[in-house]
Design a protein around this ligand. Structure first.
Ligand SMILES: [Zn+2]
Length: 128
């Protein structure tokens, strides 16, 4: 159930960000996760709703994008997405090694609502 910890972290970051921007709510959050992390979208959405209760992130829509592990061919250097359980390079058929485990997990972007402060205002953190 590592989705619980991940969801809690997302809510914490977005709540702080919403406060910093003066936003009333977060309508959508886009998260990128490596396939190797084995994150379940339904589970993540569930915990997101749980931890977001009563805050600006409540009701935010979750868009989870899974990225596959990247492979790099030892012979020709070509990078490609790992296909099934093959390590063979699609270019030359040579043996490839894992270039990127696909264990990343981060917030790609989020939509904030109710940001009324104009960017011209001095010290407005929404402009950063
Ligand atoms: Zn190759």
């Amino acid at each position: 159930m590592h989705e619980a910890g991940a969801a809690q972290a997302i809510v914490g970051i977005l709540t702080a960000e919403a406060e910093a921007r003066g936003a009333t709510r977060v309508s959508c959050v886009r998260v990128v996760a490596g396939e190797a992390g084995a994150y379940m979208e339904e589970s993540l959405a569930f915990y997101l709703g749980f931890f977001a209760k009563g805050g600006p992130v409540e009701g935010a829509r979750l868009e989870l994008r899974l990225v596959k592990p990247r492979m790099r061919c030892r012979a020709c250097g070509q990078e490609f997405e790992r296909v099934h359980f093959s390590f063979a390079c699609p270019g030359c058929g040579g043996e490839a090694e894992v270039a990127d485990l696909g264990q990343e997990f981060y917030i790609e972007s989020a939509d904030f609502e109710g940001v009324e402060a104009p960017c011209a205002e001095a010290g407005n953190r929404a402009c950063v």
